[in-house]
Structures are given as C-alpha cells and as structure tokens.
Design a protein around this ligand. Structure first.
Ligand code: FAD
Length: 317
C-alpha cells in the first residue's frame, strides 16, 4: 500500500521507522534485531536508506595508493523486499540522484515495480567526501525535483527510450525530503521552500522532515509551507540523541540547533548513558506535543538502534 493511502485512511497519528542497511559483510540478522523490537507498535511503513559509494585509497606497497570506489551499505532494495515478505509491512526504499544515470534510475524503478514495492523517497543525496560539492552522474539528475519528474513520468508509462504507446506505467507513491531549519546549501529558507514547492508540483505526494529538536521550528515551517501553497502531509522526523558524540556531530552535520533547555541538560551529562536518558526524555516530550498537534505520522530515525526508540514510542502511544 502507498504511504499516501496510509496517511489518508489514518484515524490518528501513524508511526514509521527508518533503518540503514547493514555494513557490507554483516548479516541480515542485524536488521531483524533492529526491527523486531519495534514490531509491536505496528508501524505503517519502514524506510530504508540508500548509501552511495565512497572513494577509499588502498595501500598497494612501495608508497602506491589505489583509488577504489566502495559501497559500504548496499542492499536497500533487497531489505525493502524482505520487510514486505517477512513482516508484511510496507517499505519505502530511498532512491538518490548521486551515482545514478537516468538509465540506472529507470532500471531501479522497474525493479521496485516488479517487486511490488509501492513507494519511493526521492532524494538528491550528498556530495561524496572527495568532491567539494554535489556532482551528478553523467546523464543523471542534479536535483531531487528532476528525479521526481522521472518517476512521475514512468507512472504515466513514459520510459526513456521506448516509443511504444502501450508501455506499462508504474504506480509508485513518491515522497521527498524537507528541512525545517533549511537545507545546509540553501541561501535562505524562502528559496529552500520555493524549491520544495517545485518538488511537490513535480509529483511528491508527501514530505518527511530532516530531524529537529525544537518543535517550534517544525510548526513555523509547516505554516510557511502552507502559506506557499504546499498542502501535502509533512511528516516530522525525530531522532533521540544517545551519545556524547552525537552532541557535537548532529548539529554540525545536519545544520540544526539544539534548544537551550535541551543543551543545558546535555551539558550536565558525563557519560553516554546520561545523554541517552536526557535524549529519550526530550524526544518523548517532542513526540507527545507533535501527536497532540495531530501530525500525520511520527517518523523515527532508528539508525539500527531500537532501544531508545522503543522507550520513546512506549511512552507516547
Ligand atoms: P534537493 O531537493 O535537490 O535540494 C538540495 C539543495 O538544492 C537545497 O539547498 C535546495 O534548496 C536546492 N534546490 C532544490 N531544487 C533545486 C532546483 N531545482 N534548482 C536549484 N536549487 C535547488 N541521503 C542519502 O544519501 N541517502 C538517504 O537515504 C537519505 N535519506 C534522507 C531522508 C530524509 C528524510 C532526509 C531529510 C534526508 C535524507 N538524505 C539522504 C540526505 C539528502 O540526500 C541530503 O540532505 C541532500 O543534500 C539533499 O537532498 P534533497 O533531496 O533534499 O535535495
């Protein structure tokens, strides 16, 4: 079933989780271990992230380095098919522009269609570490908007090189990303929202936010989007902070603020266990307030660690 249908038929706030494919060489059981403890909450859908290749340098002796491209977390589509088959839950594979030509994208979409996967979250992806800015693949897409257009075209039976009139259309529900605190590269929130509107006009049927820790920022963003004519559901994405490393890493990486009351509590923590407790309590109050405001769905970034998310969801539903 499509995410948009789940949202339309919902009687209250839904739940969804996001997981990462395991590192290459790890067993699929690590995925079960991440999902199993969350199944009792009956999520409406589970998202699986996509990870682009990275460039690494391997020592070949005599001072020689070999440049190698590796994908450290392959398996997005396979995990999505497994989630549908094993748990009977709708899955949402993430699909990015980076590293994909239009042809590769079309092949990936055909594969999803054949697997009976009804959803896709369409993203640009970030620049790889060795590049100063995002560079699309040759004959690939520069922005998520272009990828959404391709998916919307295929949903109408428009294949890249086929002239046949009878070409079978796909029927994929498309979601896209949005950023209550602005995408890091955007010049300002106004232009970011203007581009967001174009993604919706191109065919995105719902949006999922980047994580945020200040609900006021989500509510203000929602209001600005509505004022700009973006009327699709906007699902808040939540992530509990659980380690001291997160405190430095997350605001910097995702360009977001931690509210003063939260950062004051975190500053008192001396160990990861204390951060985890404070992080869980903060997420609980965030989720409770969002649910009370009747958000369509609470989307949790689990990062494969279900314990903290379990504690939050148990306290909120
Ligand atoms: P875009 O919508 O293309 O926007 C990127 C930037 O370009 C923004 O600054 C925007 O304002 C600007 N822009 C947009 N359209 C245009 C246009 N037409 N012309 C000019 N400028 C424009 N990354 C992964 O690699 N894998 C994942 O699985 C993944 N999952 C994610 C899930 C969520 C919910 C979120 C919020 C992010 C996720 N990301 C993922 C990260 C995402 O790929 C990065 O944030 C990326 O930098 C931007 O992706 P986007 O789809 O928002 O890009």
């Amino acid at each position: 079933m499509k995410v948009i249908e789940h949202l339309r038929h919902a009687k209250g706030t839904l739940l969804s989780f996001e997981i990462l494919p395991p590192l290459k060489g790890k067993d699929i059981r690590s995925i079960y271990e991440g999902i199993d403890p969350l199944m009792e909450f009956k999520p409406s859908f589970i998202n699986v992230t996509y990870h682009r290749e990275e460039v690494i340098y391997k020592e070949r002796g005599h001072g020689l380095l070999q440049k190698v491209r590796v994908r450290k977390r392959p398996g997005t589509v396979g995990i999505c098919a497994m989630i549908k088959a094993k748990y009977n839950i709708d899955s949402v594979p993430h699909l990015i522009c980076g590293g994909f030509s239009k042809e590769d994208t079309e092949d990936a979409l055909i594969e999803l269609n054949f697997l009976g996967i009804d959803n896709v979250l369409a993203l640009r992806g970030d620049a790889i570490k060795s590049e100063p800015q995002f560079i699309p693949e040759r004959d690939g897409h520069q922005h998520a908007e272009d990828l959404i257009q391709q998916i919307a075209g295929l949903n109408k039976g428009k294949y890249l090189h086929e002239e046949e009139e009878e070409a079978a259309p796909t029927d994929l529900c498309v979601g896209a990303a949005c950023y209550p605190e602005k995408h890091p590269e955007a010049l300002n929130l106004d232009t970011d929202i203007a581009y967001l509107k174009r993604k919706v006009d191109a065919g995105a049927e719902y949006l999922v936010t980047q994580m945020f820790f200040d609900n006021a920022k989500y509510f203000a963003f929602l209001e600005r989007c509505r004022a700009e004519g973006i009327s699709v559901p906007i699902i808040p994405g939540l992530k509990p902070l659980t380690t001291r490393k997160h405190i430095a890493f997350i605001p910097k990486t995702f360009h977001l603020d931690l509210p003063v009351a939260f950062s004051n509590e975190l500053a008192k923590c001396r160990a990861d266990a204390e951060v985890k407790q404070v992080g869980i309590e903060w997420s609980i109050q965030q989720a409770r307030e969002l649910k009370a405001a009747k958000v369509p769905c609470l989307h949790f970034y689990t990062m494969g660690r279900s314990e903290a998310v379990r504690a939050i969801v148990s306290a909120v539903i």
